[in-house]
Design a protein around this ligand. Structure first.
Ligand code: GLN
Length: 506
């Protein structure tokens, strides 16, 4: 078995026992990137020399007899909206193409402290806005199961690199499904933690009341390993929770008894692909055979989820993205051209009121630096927040959000976890929805609820379509039930082998 075919947990054990060094493991994954990434396009930045230096430093530490952190020199890929000190953090946007943050995000600092090796930065939809990674200003990412299809998004690179075994672990971010939908499309495991479970300090904000950082991995045990390293309170993020962090690695393999699961009736019919539905039905049977009780539960307000999300997320985005004024950092329009334009306008119309160079600089830089989808969100959000529309849109969406939250509270009075598809459909073709934002937004049907309610949710592989495309099962739990989600996912994965299938790549 090649090094890259092993799970993160297996590799950790091999490194800890001395069978492999971190440098050997990292070199194997770098080779895999070299071999495959031209075709997949998961990474937007890899510095092999730095990776090997970091790996060797951890190997040296071990040789000196020092304690090595829980990630043991394992390579971890990082979505490129997480700040890495001194290293470009572009958010796949022209706006930040040359932005080198002067600090590490807390999750990055925690990974370094746990002795992970950062193997590279992965592609995403620009500023994490999208569901296919096609909104990246850098390049397209292909689905390793069918390179003509999208890997999902916005963490498309993060999911694709794990699926193609170019990294055993990656960090993604999820505002409305961006960890779980690409995990489902790429046949890997992805967990969106409870809002506040993981510090967002150093995550370039999209929608601050919804954003969370989480692990993408080959299986629940590996996701537990990565979550353990990043979870916990952080004084630098006032929304991070002081709730104690369980040892996810320790609990993940403990079986759950008397588990009660709710099947979300609203996500089990119209609007969901029939092959996805039958894979979910098979998953229900697996949980039955494991001794779980499965009931139907209703989320009566889930039909308003997409509408509420696409008011709230763009509203917050329009405010968050106002910081990109090109004055302090980020893309700036060519000033000579701009001044020449202003001078030409002035001489054509000497009595007219000229735009100030500063305003023109903001306007042009933002027009040139942001892509179409980002501009669409800024306009939607600015509109929803503007005087006269605030109550009708933003405030109403917040009220709907409360009702959705109450649906979850009620469901969790009856059951421990709820189950359903991660996505309504199968991975679609590159370009298929690129000009149809509404269809793209509807792909988030099953995932936005967990963000609006702030609860944790995991996507795990539960089958394949006849055409060989992966299908994801979503489990959602009450706030801070990550351990239970991981345990349920692990139980499922101990009875199934969907997560062990690999795409055939050259
Ligand atoms: N697809 C959703 C959107 O476009 C979710 C994105 C995300 O979770 N970052 O907003």
């Amino acid at each position: 078995m090649s090094i890259c075919a092993h799970s993160a947990t297996e590799l950790k054990n091999k490194i800890d026992s001395g069978e492999l060094s971190s440098a050997q493991v990292c070199r194997a994954f770098l080779d895999q990137i070299e071999r495959l990434d031209e075709k997949i396009g998961a990474f937007i930045q890899v510095d092999p020399d730095q990776v090997l230096r970091d790996a060797e430093a951890i190997d040296q530490k071990r040789l000196r007899g020092e304690t090595v952190g829980p990630l043991s020199g394992l390579p971890v890929a990082i979505k490129d909206n997480l700040c890495t000190q001194g290293q470009v953090t572009s958010c796949a946007s022209k706006m930040l193409a040359n932005f080198r943050p002067p600090y590490d995000a807390t999750v990055i600092a925690k990974l370094r402290a746990a002795d992970a090796v950062l193997i590279g930065k992965t592609n995403l939809d620009e500023f994490a806005m999208g569901g296919s990674t096609e909104n990246s200003a850098v390049k397209q990412t292909a689905n390793p199961w069918d390179v003509n299809r999208v890997p999902g998004g916005s963490s498309g690179g993060a999911a694709a690199c794990v699926a193609a075994k170019m990294a055993p672990l990656s960090l993604g971010t999820d505002t409305g499904g961006s960890i779980r939908q690409p995990a489902a499309f790429c046949g890997v495991t992805g967990l969106k933690p409870t809002y506040g479970r993981v510090s967002r300090y150093g995550l370039v904000a999209f929608a601050s009341s919804l954003d969370q950082i989480g692990p993408i991995a080959a299986n629940a045990g590996d996701a537990a390993l990565l979550l353990s390293a990043i979870a916990g309170h952080d004084a630098l993020d006032s929304t991070s929770s002081p709730e104690a962090v369980p040892d996810y690695v320790d609990v993940v393999s403990q079986p759950l008894t008397g588990l009660k699961i709710g099947l979300v009736s609203e996500h089990h019919g119209a609007g969901v692909d029939s092959e996805v539905l039958s894979a979910v039905d098979q998953a229900v049977k697996v949980f039955h055979s494991l001794g779980a009780e499965v009931h139907e539960v209703s989320f009566p307000h889930s039909k308003y989820g997409i509408a509420a999300y696409y008011i709230i997320a763009p509203s917050e985005a329009s405010s968050n993205l106002a910081r990109f004024d090109s004055a302090h950092y980020g893309y700036r329009t060519d000033e000579a051209t701009m001044m020449a334009e202003l001078a030409a306008e002035k001489s054509a119309n000497p009595k007219g009121e000229a735009e100030s160079p500063l305003i023109r600089m903001y306007r042009k830089s933002r027009a040139e630096g942001f892509g179409t989808e980002v501009k669409r969100r800024i306009m939607l959000g600015t509109y929803a927040l503007s005087a006269g529309y605030y109550d009708a849109y933003y405030l109403k969406a917040l009220k709907v959000r409360r009702l959705i939250r109450q649906d979850y509270d009620q469901a969790f009075q009856q059951v421990d976890l709820v189950l359903g598809p991660s996505t309504p459909g199968l991975p679609f073709c590159l370009g298929e929805m690129a000009d149809d934002p509404l269809s793209m937004y509807l792909q988030d049907l099953c995932t936005v609820g967990a963000n609006l309610a702030g609860v944790p949710s995991i996507s795990i592989p539960c089958g394949f379509s006849k055409s060989g495309l992966p299908i994801g099962l979503q489990l959602q739990g009450p706030a801070f039930a990550e351990a239970k989600l991981l345990q349920a996912a692990h139980m499922f994965q101990s009875q199934t082998d969907w997560h062990q299938r690999h795409p055939e790549l050259p």
